[in-house]
Structure formats: structure tokens, C-alpha cells
Design a protein around this ligand. Structure first.
Ligand SMILES: [Zn+2]
Length: 486
């Protein structure tokens, strides 16, 4: 077994630093697993491809020079200079990729989920492979078509690691009047470093708005304008989920954007801006455009995949006395009443961390979010827009997170209902209550009792119907009890 190339080792060191409690056993198991994967999967994938071998690449780290690197691989400095088209006058920069002559990148078969902002070239760079081999092994059409966010690619990494290796650098947008020399001088760099990092011709012509990658020790993504990062979480997206779209840029202007038909409402976050968005349970699987505009600097556009859901149909029998409430206009009238409440937006975030479940004494779910509803054997006309919890009449209902009461009243379908605003477009509602203990405008804290379980409205027995809506789109509230947002 060949030793890991420098790139892989460097990455593992970084990982270890971030996850200090990782045990030594992990370090033993990982190479064994990789070796096994390599034997059973890589050979098959490799056999399909008849491309020339992909060379081993060394990514220059802080403090390294050609002598250090040459010694590490048992080479001479002259070997490195020749193969990489460098002269002795050239200065190495952190993150620069050097081809190691005679080396063959160690192959590891792996799977990769396409992230927002990825191009095939950028993915290939992170795995020391080529866009052409990604096209081949995934039966894609064209190496220049951006892959869909959330899509899984199978690939052979040539870094010796199954994980993507970070590409380093910082973006610089060329201004009018800039030249290679003025930019190099203002960043204390050699012009040849900028040429090498951007694969520019020499002499080169720069134009205003052109994006250059300058050496830096921060992760670099090839995005438009001054964008530093765009991310969609979680991936792949499924109907019923809450998604967080985050954007970082140099100027940190508030971005605008959309995913499919939905407008993204960006709010400042620790590292830039984020937007919460709900994916409706009836969203057909497919590709949806994500568009982001960052002031006048950049527009970003890429398709995001929404995977199929696994919801089923529930058959609910209701007594004839409640039949009038099954009239679709009764439901839609209620939505009209609730829309102005659910669409209220307050910028302050009131929650932090995980949500609690709203019924503490009996947390078992009798009907989950998203399942199609057939009442009395009729067609599926709606999906279950909340989560039902079992509970006897009078069981306390508690606030799952800090919030402000924005509604406490009786509705035809939902019965006695309380709605809490948690800020930033996140609302929760509590229906079929027997009692409400709160009034609109009141602030409530996590765990505070806001009402009691009942069977008011369209209900076939005592239970709590709990909903979480994002800008009025109902999503699965249980996701908020399983992972923190953002
Ligand atoms: Zn329900």
C-alpha cells in the first residue's frame, strides 16, 4: 500500500484538530475500510476508464519550500521545477498544487453529494481527478453543465482520501485601473504567484469585475463576484423539510434570492446571511432553481434537487356530525383567516437550539406530518400539515421554545388554537385544545404551559395537532426537535 500523499495527510491533521475526541481506533479502521473499498469498488470503476493516470498532487502548506517538498518525495528540486514549469525565481504559495513526478494519485472510491456552488471542475480539483472522469463515471452529459445541488456523484478520488480536500485562497475583484503589478504589490505577492494561481497567460489582460484567486489559508470556492460561500442544508432536500440557505460574501451585503417560487428572506447570521425556507409536503420531486443576487456584485444560479418523499395515505373516519367541516371551502376559509398571522415576520430570533416536544407527559406521535388524508374513504384532498400527539383531555401543552403569542381563538377545523411567533418567519400552532392559558402579545418561555389537550374542531378524539410553518409553509416540526436550526 502506498503512503498517503501529502494532501491527504494534511487534511487528516486538520480533521483531527477539529474533532479532538476522535479515538485511535478510528485511525486504524479508516485505512482498513478504505483499503477494502479500494479493492472491491475502485478496480471495477477503474476498469471502465481508459484515461491516462492522474498524477499525484502536493498542495503547498504554510512554511514549505521546494527543498522540503522534494526531500519528502525522494526527488530533486530540479525534478519539481521541470514538471511544474517553474523557475528558481518563482515563489511557492500556500495552497499551490504541485505535480509530483513519477507519482500516481492513490485511488479511493467514494461518493460525493453536490453542494451549492459546485462545478464539475471544482469537485474534480478537490479530489485530484478530472471533470471528464466525473462525466464518465456518472453518465453525465457535459462537463460544462453544473451538476444539480443534492445529486450524488460516484468518483475515484486521487488524493488518497475519500473526503474532499479544501482548495485554499481568497477572491479579489479587479477594479478599473488595476494591473497585475498593482494588485501583486498591494497584497505583497509576486505577479508570477497570481498568474500561477489563476492559470493566466503572461502578459495578461485584466478587466474590471474579473475575479482572481489570491493565495490565502482560507477555503476557496469558485463563485461569482465577491461571494465566498453559498450553502444549502440539509442535502438532499425532501418535501416537508426545513432548509437553511446561507450566503457569505466579502462585502457582506444582504443578498436577495429565491428557491423555486419561494422568495428567500435573508437575515444576518454569524458568518453572513441565512434564509429559512419550508419545502411543502406536496412538492413534486425534481430540480428547482436556486437564484441569489448579492447587491450589484454577483448573481448565482443553480438547480437544487428535491428528492421524492416517502409519505403514505392515512384513512380517517369521522362521525357524520362533523361532515360539514370536510367541505374544502371551510378549510380554505380558515387558511385565509390564518395567512396574515402565519406570514408575520419579526427579525429577532427568539429560539435557541433544539425545540422541545409540546406534550411532555405523553410524547408518542399518533399521526405524523405529510401523510395524505382520506376522510371517510374519499379521495386524498389534503396532507396532514402537522404532527398529532396522543394525550387525554387536560394534558398540559407547553411552548417548545421561546416565542410570542400571536393568536388564541376558536376556529372551525382546528378548534381552539394558539399560535406562537418564534421570529425570523418561524411560527408554531397548537390545535384542538380544551383550554388556552395565554393571550396575544404575551411572551412565553420554553417549557411554559400555554394550554391543554382537547378534541375541539375537526377531531375524532383528544389529541394535540402541532404545526410549524415557515412563511406560512407547513413543514415537519419534529425535524426541529431532532436538530438545531440553524
Ligand atoms: Zn393533526
Amino acid at each position: 500500500m502506498k503512503t498517503h500523499d501529502k494532501r491527504g495527510v494534511w487534511y487528516e491533521v486538520q480533521q483531527t484538530a477539529h474533532h479532538a475526541p476522535r479515538t485511535k481506533i478510528h485511525h486504524l479502521i479508516t485505512p482498513i475500510l478504505l483499503a477494502f473499498l479500494l479493492m472491491i469498488t475502485t478496480r471495477a470503476l477503474l476498469a471502465q476508464s481508459e484515461q491516462p493516470p492522474i498524477p499525484q498532487v502536493h498542495v503547498v502548506a504554510e512554511g514549505e519550500n521546494l527543498t522540503v517538498i522534494a526531500t519528502q518525495y525522494g526527488l530533486t528540486v530540479e525534478d519539481l521545477l521541470r514538471v511544474n514549469n517553474l523557475t528558481n525565481q518563482d515563489v511557492l504559495f500556500v495552497g499551490q498544487e504541485l505535480v509530483i513526478p513519477g507519482g500516481n494519485g492513490e485511488a479511493v472510491a467514494t461518493l460525493y453529494t453536490v453542494q451549492a456552488g459546485d462545478t464539475l471542475a471544482a469537485i474534480a480539483e478537490q479530489f485530484n481527478t478530472t471533470a471528464v472522469s466525473l462525466v464518465e463515471s456518472n453518465r453525465l452529459i457535459n462537463p460544462n453543465t453544473p451538476p444539480t445541488v443534492g445529486q450524488t456523484l460516484s468518483l475515484v478520488s486521487r488524493t488518497g482520501s475519500a473526503a474532499p480536500q479544501p482548495v485554499l485562497g481568497q477572491p479579489y475583484l479587479v477594479k478599473s485601473g488595476d494591473s497585475l503589478l498593482t494588485i501583486a504589490a498591494s497584497f505583497n505577492l509576486s505577479p508570477t504567484v497570481i498568474i500561477a494561481a489563476n492559470q493566466l497567460a503572461y502578459p495578461t489582460y485584466l478587466f474590471p469585475g474579473q475575479r482572481l484567486r489570491l493565495p490565502a489559508t482560507t477555503p476557496y470556492r469558485d463563485l461569482p463576484g465577491d461571494l465566498l460561500d453559498v450553502a444549502v442544508d440539509p442535502l438532499p432536500l425532501k418535501p416537508g423539510q426545513t432548509a437553511v440557505i446561507s450566503v457569505q460574501s466579502v462585502a457582506n451585503d444582504p443578498p436577495t434570492g429565491h428557491l423555486g417560487d419561494q422568495i428567500l428572506h435573508f437575515i444576518p447570521s454569524e458568518s453572513g446571511h441565512i434564509a429559512f425556507i419550508g419545502i411543502d409536503a406536496f412538492t413534486p420531486p425534481g430540480n428547482y432553481p436556486l437564484g441569489i443576487a448579492n447587491g450589484s456584485q454577483a448573481t448565482f444560479s443553480q438547480a437544487v434537487q428535491i428528492a421524492p418523499s416517502d409519505y403514505v395515505t392515512q384513512f380517517v373516519t369521522l362521525p357524520e356530525t362533523l361532515n360539514a367541516l370536510l367541505d374544502p371551502t371551510v378549510r380554505s376559509d380558515e387558511e385565509v383567516v390564518l395567512a396574515p398571522i402565519f406570514t408575520q415576520f419579526t427579525a429577532e430570533r427568539q429560539w435557541s437550539g433544539l425545540f422541545q416536544t409540546p406534550v411532555l407527559s405523553s410524547t408518542f406521535v399518533t399521526a405524523r406530518y405529510g401523510d395524505g388524508r382520506s376522510y371517510n374513504g374519499n379521495d386524498v384532498i389534503s396532507y396532514h400539515s402537522g404532527v398529532d400527539f396522543a394525550g387525554g383531555i387536560g394534558t398540559p401543552v407547553v411552548a417548545p421554545a421561546n416565542g410570542t403569542v400571536v393568536f388564541s381563538d376558536v376556529l372551525e377545523v382546528r378548534g381552539l388554537t394558539v399560535i406562537l411567533n418564534h421570529g425570523q418567519g418561524i411560527m408554531t400552532s397548537y390545535s384542538h385544545l380544551s383550554e388556552s392559558l395565554v393571550t396575544p402579545g404575551q411572551a412565553v418561555a420554553t417549557g411554559e404551559t400555554i394550554g391543554a389537550v382537547g378534541s375541539s374542531g375537526l377531531s375524532n378524539g383528544p389529541h394535540l395537532h402541532w404545526e410549524l410553518r415557515i412563511h406560512n409553509v407547513p413543514v415537519d416540526a419534529l425535524q426541529w426537535t431532532e436538530r438545531p436550526f440553524p
